[in-house]
Write a new protein. Sequence first.
Length: 196
Amino acid sequence: MTSRPQSWSVPISRPSTEGHSLHLTRRIGWTLSPGSLPRLQQLFAQAGYLPLDWEPSGAAVLRTPRAELRAAVDPPKGRFSWRYPNTPGELRALWSAGRPSEITRGAVMMFEDSHGLAVDGLAGADVWHALLADAIAGRRRISGYSYVYVHSNVPQSLTLWHDGHTLLSSPGNTGVPAAPTQLGTFPVFDTSRSAR
């Protein structure tokens, strides 16, 4: 879900005795910590990419590069709450603060897509850079949160839920025995309309 620590190594060189060429004397290295998963979730909640809100228990993180970078590695304490009182139980069951989940992976993918980044569901350096820039600028996604859930028990049904409202409930079809639909939860970051 998040990137691994980045390791860097730089050669330390000095002039040769002739003064015109360099030769290696030793190398130094250091590791940069990746942003934490709890802070990633906090930022996605604040930016509207999750069906949850997040409220710090103390002072809010200042919207400066230094404060946001510090918080990315050492996240502030606080609490998540569901934005909508009627959030489907199926969606609630997928969430766990501070742990990888399909909800967080879907938020990463949606964020990558909306920011023109390669969509891989991994919060690498490009995702963190854009997410921190949005946090500093106070940008928030306003198109809402959608969730589609399908019940495979007969009679099968499909429900489209968006921002606390059921927009569509209909009979569904999850496949046939020769081509069954895989069970599970899958983030969808791109949709298209089909002509009838």
